[in-house]
Design a protein around this ligand. Structure first.
Ligand code: G1P
Length: 283
Protein backbone atom coordinates (compact mmCIF):
# COMPACT_ATOMS: atom_id res chain seq x y z
CA UNK A 1 0.00 0.00 0.00
CA UNK A 2 1.33 3.46 -0.86
CA UNK A 3 1.64 6.12 1.83
CA UNK A 4 -1.27 8.56 2.01
CA UNK A 5 -0.52 11.77 0.17
CA UNK A 6 -0.08 14.67 2.53
CA UNK A 7 -0.76 18.40 2.15
CA UNK A 8 0.19 21.19 4.53
CA UNK A 9 -2.12 24.19 4.89
CA UNK A 10 -0.64 26.94 7.07
CA UNK A 11 -3.30 28.89 8.95
CA UNK A 12 -1.21 30.42 11.73
CA UNK A 13 -1.04 33.99 10.33
CA UNK A 14 -2.17 36.85 12.54
CA UNK A 15 -4.50 38.37 9.94
CA UNK A 16 -3.30 41.93 10.57
CA UNK A 17 -4.87 43.14 7.32
CA UNK A 18 -8.23 42.12 8.76
CA UNK A 19 -8.12 43.88 12.11
CA UNK A 20 -10.38 44.46 14.01
CA UNK A 21 -12.34 41.40 12.74
CA UNK A 22 -9.40 39.07 13.44
CA UNK A 23 -9.29 40.09 17.10
CA UNK A 24 -11.80 37.27 17.62
CA UNK A 25 -12.36 35.58 14.27
CA UNK A 26 -9.53 33.87 12.35
CA UNK A 27 -9.36 35.25 8.80
CA UNK A 28 -9.51 31.68 7.46
CA UNK A 29 -13.07 31.39 8.78
CA UNK A 30 -14.31 34.56 7.07
CA UNK A 31 -16.79 33.65 4.36
CA UNK A 32 -16.19 33.64 0.64
CA UNK A 33 -19.82 33.54 -0.40
CA UNK A 34 -21.32 30.63 1.61
CA UNK A 35 -18.17 28.83 2.73
CA UNK A 36 -15.14 29.71 4.82
CA UNK A 37 -12.31 31.17 2.75
CA UNK A 38 -9.90 28.38 3.76
CA UNK A 39 -12.33 25.67 2.68
CA UNK A 40 -11.53 26.43 -0.97
CA UNK A 41 -7.88 25.40 -0.51
CA UNK A 42 -9.05 22.46 1.62
CA UNK A 43 -11.38 21.32 -1.15
CA UNK A 44 -8.63 21.80 -3.73
CA UNK A 45 -6.33 19.48 -1.75
CA UNK A 46 -9.04 16.83 -1.37
CA UNK A 47 -9.97 17.04 -5.07
CA UNK A 48 -6.30 16.65 -5.99
CA UNK A 49 -6.20 13.36 -4.06
CA UNK A 50 -4.46 14.39 -0.83
CA UNK A 51 -5.65 12.08 1.92
CA UNK A 52 -3.99 13.69 4.89
CA UNK A 53 -4.15 17.41 5.61
CA UNK A 54 -1.93 19.04 8.19
CA UNK A 55 -3.07 22.44 9.39
CA UNK A 56 -0.32 24.57 10.89
CA UNK A 57 -2.11 26.61 13.53
CA UNK A 58 -1.01 29.16 16.11
CA UNK A 59 -1.96 28.44 19.74
CA UNK A 60 -4.98 30.77 19.48
CA UNK A 61 -6.27 29.27 16.20
CA UNK A 62 -8.05 26.22 17.62
CA UNK A 63 -11.29 27.40 16.02
CA UNK A 64 -9.81 26.75 12.58
CA UNK A 65 -8.78 23.25 13.62
CA UNK A 66 -12.20 22.62 15.11
CA UNK A 67 -13.86 23.80 11.89
CA UNK A 68 -11.87 21.45 9.66
CA UNK A 69 -11.83 18.51 12.09
CA UNK A 70 -15.59 18.48 11.65
CA UNK A 71 -15.60 19.18 7.90
CA UNK A 72 -18.38 17.71 5.83
CA UNK A 73 -19.50 17.67 2.23
CA UNK A 74 -20.58 21.34 2.46
CA UNK A 75 -16.87 22.25 2.70
CA UNK A 76 -16.30 20.40 -0.55
CA UNK A 77 -17.67 20.50 -4.08
CA UNK A 78 -20.95 18.97 -5.31
CA UNK A 79 -19.25 15.68 -6.23
CA UNK A 80 -19.04 14.88 -2.49
CA UNK A 81 -22.69 15.65 -1.80
CA UNK A 82 -23.68 11.98 -1.60
CA UNK A 83 -20.78 10.93 0.58
CA UNK A 84 -21.47 10.29 4.25
CA UNK A 85 -19.49 11.95 6.98
CA UNK A 86 -17.88 8.68 8.02
CA UNK A 87 -16.83 7.93 4.40
CA UNK A 88 -15.32 11.39 4.06
CA UNK A 89 -13.53 11.22 7.38
CA UNK A 90 -12.26 7.77 6.50
CA UNK A 91 -10.85 9.11 3.23
CA UNK A 92 -9.38 12.41 4.47
CA UNK A 93 -7.59 12.76 7.80
CA UNK A 94 -7.07 16.21 9.28
CA UNK A 95 -4.48 16.90 11.92
CA UNK A 96 -2.73 19.96 13.25
CA UNK A 97 0.67 21.05 14.38
CA UNK A 98 1.26 24.20 16.36
CA UNK A 99 3.57 27.04 15.43
CA UNK A 100 4.28 28.52 18.85
CA UNK A 101 5.53 31.90 17.66
CA UNK A 102 4.83 33.64 14.35
CA UNK A 103 8.24 33.40 12.69
CA UNK A 104 7.16 33.31 9.06
CA UNK A 105 5.88 30.93 6.40
CA UNK A 106 9.13 28.96 6.22
CA UNK A 107 8.99 28.31 9.95
CA UNK A 108 5.31 27.32 9.71
CA UNK A 109 6.13 24.67 7.08
CA UNK A 110 9.04 23.44 9.21
CA UNK A 111 6.56 22.82 12.07
CA UNK A 112 4.93 20.14 9.93
CA UNK A 113 8.16 18.16 9.43
CA UNK A 114 7.36 15.43 11.92
CA UNK A 115 3.85 14.87 10.57
CA UNK A 116 5.02 14.90 6.96
CA UNK A 117 7.20 11.99 8.07
CA UNK A 118 9.60 11.81 5.14
CA UNK A 119 6.98 11.89 2.38
CA UNK A 120 6.73 14.24 -0.61
CA UNK A 121 4.10 16.83 0.27
CA UNK A 122 1.99 19.67 -1.07
CA UNK A 123 1.57 23.14 0.41
CA UNK A 124 -1.51 25.29 -0.14
CA UNK A 125 -1.73 28.86 1.16
CA UNK A 126 -5.42 29.33 1.85
CA UNK A 127 -5.45 33.10 1.15
CA UNK A 128 -5.27 32.12 -2.49
CA UNK A 129 -8.66 31.09 -3.84
CA UNK A 130 -8.23 29.54 -7.30
CA UNK A 131 -10.97 28.78 -9.78
CA UNK A 132 -9.02 25.86 -11.30
CA UNK A 133 -7.29 23.24 -9.16
CA UNK A 134 -3.75 24.65 -8.88
CA UNK A 135 -2.12 22.01 -6.69
CA UNK A 136 -3.22 19.33 -9.17
CA UNK A 137 -1.27 21.16 -11.92
CA UNK A 138 2.01 20.58 -10.05
CA UNK A 139 4.30 17.58 -10.21
CA UNK A 140 3.63 15.53 -7.02
CA UNK A 141 7.10 13.91 -7.10
CA UNK A 142 9.39 16.80 -8.09
CA UNK A 143 9.49 20.10 -6.16
CA UNK A 144 7.35 22.53 -8.10
CA UNK A 145 5.53 25.79 -7.72
CA UNK A 146 2.53 27.44 -9.32
CA UNK A 147 3.26 30.80 -10.95
CA UNK A 148 1.27 33.66 -12.41
CA UNK A 149 2.09 36.83 -14.30
CA UNK A 150 1.58 39.94 -12.16
CA UNK A 151 1.59 43.64 -13.09
CA UNK A 152 4.75 45.63 -12.34
CA UNK A 153 3.39 47.36 -9.22
CA UNK A 154 2.32 44.05 -7.63
CA UNK A 155 5.73 42.42 -7.77
CA UNK A 156 6.47 43.61 -4.25
CA UNK A 157 3.52 41.57 -2.87
CA UNK A 158 4.86 38.16 -3.87
CA UNK A 159 7.78 35.84 -4.16
CA UNK A 160 9.08 36.51 -7.68
CA UNK A 161 10.94 33.87 -9.69
CA UNK A 162 13.13 33.71 -12.74
CA UNK A 163 13.60 30.58 -14.76
CA UNK A 164 14.35 29.05 -18.13
CA UNK A 165 13.06 26.24 -20.28
CA UNK A 166 15.26 23.15 -20.01
CA UNK A 167 14.21 20.06 -22.00
CA UNK A 168 10.60 21.20 -22.09
CA UNK A 169 10.35 22.06 -18.35
CA UNK A 170 10.43 25.51 -16.76
CA UNK A 171 13.27 25.36 -14.23
CA UNK A 172 13.53 28.09 -11.61
CA UNK A 173 16.97 29.55 -11.08
CA UNK A 174 16.23 32.59 -8.92
CA UNK A 175 13.61 33.59 -6.33
CA UNK A 176 13.24 36.82 -4.38
CA UNK A 177 10.66 37.43 -1.66
CA UNK A 178 8.65 40.62 -2.23
CA UNK A 179 11.28 42.60 -4.14
CA UNK A 180 11.11 46.26 -5.09
CA UNK A 181 9.29 46.09 -8.47
CA UNK A 182 12.28 47.46 -10.38
CA UNK A 183 14.63 44.91 -8.79
CA UNK A 184 12.39 41.88 -9.37
CA UNK A 185 13.98 39.19 -11.55
CA UNK A 186 10.78 38.88 -13.65
CA UNK A 187 7.01 39.37 -13.45
CA UNK A 188 6.31 35.72 -12.50
CA UNK A 189 4.91 35.46 -8.99
CA UNK A 190 4.59 32.46 -6.67
CA UNK A 191 0.88 31.69 -6.33
CA UNK A 192 0.76 29.83 -3.04
CA UNK A 193 0.75 26.24 -4.30
CA UNK A 194 3.89 24.16 -3.93
CA UNK A 195 5.05 20.55 -3.92
CA UNK A 196 8.19 19.54 -2.07
CA UNK A 197 10.26 16.53 -1.18
CA UNK A 198 11.39 16.28 2.48
CA UNK A 199 14.86 17.70 1.60
CA UNK A 200 13.35 21.19 1.79
CA UNK A 201 13.29 20.79 5.60
CA UNK A 202 17.11 20.75 5.66
CA UNK A 203 17.06 24.18 4.07
CA UNK A 204 14.26 25.50 6.27
CA UNK A 205 16.03 24.35 9.44
CA UNK A 206 19.10 26.40 8.57
CA UNK A 207 17.31 29.37 7.03
CA UNK A 208 18.17 32.80 8.43
CA UNK A 209 15.41 35.42 8.78
CA UNK A 210 14.79 37.43 5.62
CA UNK A 211 12.10 39.91 4.55
CA UNK A 212 10.25 41.30 7.58
CA UNK A 213 12.62 39.45 9.94
CA UNK A 214 10.76 36.20 9.16
CA UNK A 215 11.94 32.76 8.02
CA UNK A 216 10.88 32.91 4.39
CA UNK A 217 9.97 29.79 2.41
CA UNK A 218 11.10 31.65 -0.73
CA UNK A 219 14.64 32.10 0.68
CA UNK A 220 14.94 28.39 1.52
CA UNK A 221 13.70 27.53 -1.97
CA UNK A 222 16.29 29.85 -3.45
CA UNK A 223 19.10 28.00 -1.65
CA UNK A 224 17.51 24.69 -2.63
CA UNK A 225 17.60 25.63 -6.35
CA UNK A 226 21.38 25.95 -6.17
CA UNK A 227 21.59 22.16 -5.81
CA UNK A 228 18.26 20.79 -7.10
CA UNK A 229 15.67 21.80 -9.69
CA UNK A 230 12.33 23.36 -8.83
CA UNK A 231 9.82 23.28 -11.66
CA UNK A 232 7.42 26.14 -12.41
CA UNK A 233 3.91 25.79 -13.83
CA UNK A 234 1.95 28.80 -15.00
CA UNK A 235 -1.58 29.34 -13.77
CA UNK A 236 -3.81 31.38 -16.08
CA UNK A 237 -7.33 31.08 -14.66
CA UNK A 238 -9.17 33.30 -12.17
CA UNK A 239 -7.56 33.67 -8.72
CA UNK A 240 -8.34 35.83 -5.72
CA UNK A 241 -6.32 36.96 -2.73
CA UNK A 242 -8.89 36.38 0.02
CA UNK A 243 -6.30 37.56 2.55
CA UNK A 244 -7.20 41.15 1.78
CA UNK A 245 -10.59 42.86 1.87
CA UNK A 246 -11.08 43.68 -1.82
CA UNK A 247 -9.94 40.20 -2.89
CA UNK A 248 -12.32 38.49 -0.46
CA UNK A 249 -15.23 40.67 -1.52
CA UNK A 250 -14.58 40.08 -5.23
CA UNK A 251 -14.24 36.32 -4.68
CA UNK A 252 -17.55 36.32 -2.78
CA UNK A 253 -19.35 38.20 -5.53
CA UNK A 254 -17.88 35.92 -8.21
CA UNK A 255 -18.93 32.73 -6.36
CA UNK A 256 -22.33 34.25 -5.61
CA UNK A 257 -22.89 35.00 -9.31
CA UNK A 258 -21.89 31.41 -10.17
CA UNK A 259 -24.30 29.98 -7.56
CA UNK A 260 -27.18 28.24 -9.37
CA UNK A 261 -29.69 29.05 -6.62
CA UNK A 262 -28.76 32.69 -6.05
CA UNK A 263 -26.87 33.87 -9.16
CA UNK A 264 -29.70 35.78 -10.85
CA UNK A 265 -30.80 37.46 -7.60
CA UNK A 266 -27.22 38.51 -6.87
CA UNK A 267 -26.85 39.91 -10.36
CA UNK A 268 -30.03 41.94 -9.88
CA UNK A 269 -28.80 43.13 -6.47
CA UNK A 270 -25.53 44.33 -8.03
CA UNK A 271 -27.33 46.16 -10.82
CA UNK A 272 -29.61 47.85 -8.28
CA UNK A 273 -26.64 48.92 -6.17
CA UNK A 274 -24.80 50.23 -9.21
CA UNK A 275 -27.84 52.23 -10.15
CA UNK A 276 -28.06 53.69 -6.63
CA UNK A 277 -24.39 54.60 -6.64
CA UNK A 278 -24.15 56.11 -10.11
CA UNK A 279 -21.53 58.86 -10.18
CA UNK A 280 -23.39 62.17 -10.44
CA UNK A 281 -23.23 64.13 -13.70
CA UNK A 282 -21.04 66.77 -12.09
CA UNK A 283 -18.41 64.32 -10.75
C1 G1P B 1 3.41 34.27 0.71
C2 G1P B 1 4.80 33.95 0.18
C3 G1P B 1 5.02 34.62 -1.18
C4 G1P B 1 3.92 34.18 -2.13
C5 G1P B 1 2.54 34.51 -1.53
C6 G1P B 1 1.44 33.96 -2.41
O1 G1P B 1 3.35 35.63 1.04
O2 G1P B 1 5.77 34.38 1.12
O3 G1P B 1 6.26 34.24 -1.70
O4 G1P B 1 4.08 34.82 -3.38
O5 G1P B 1 2.40 33.94 -0.23
O6 G1P B 1 0.19 34.27 -1.89
P1 G1P B 1 2.16 36.25 1.97
O7 G1P B 1 1.08 36.65 1.02
O8 G1P B 1 1.73 35.16 2.90
O9 G1P B 1 2.76 37.43 2.66
Amino acid sequence: MTNPRVAVIPVAGKGTRWMPVTRNVPKELLPVWRRTSASYAFEEAVNAGFEEIILVISPEKHDVLDHFMRFDSSDLGPQYAGESLSELHHRVKVRACIQETPRGLGDAILCAEQDVAGRPFGVLLPDEVLMTNGIAMLDPHTPSVLLMEVPFSQRSNYGIVKGEMVDGAFIINDLVEKPEPALAPSSLAVTGRYTFTPEIFDYLRTQQPGKGGEIQLTDAMRRYTQAHPIHGFIYRDVRYDAGQPLGLLTASVDFALRDKSYGSEVRQMILTLLDQHKPSETE
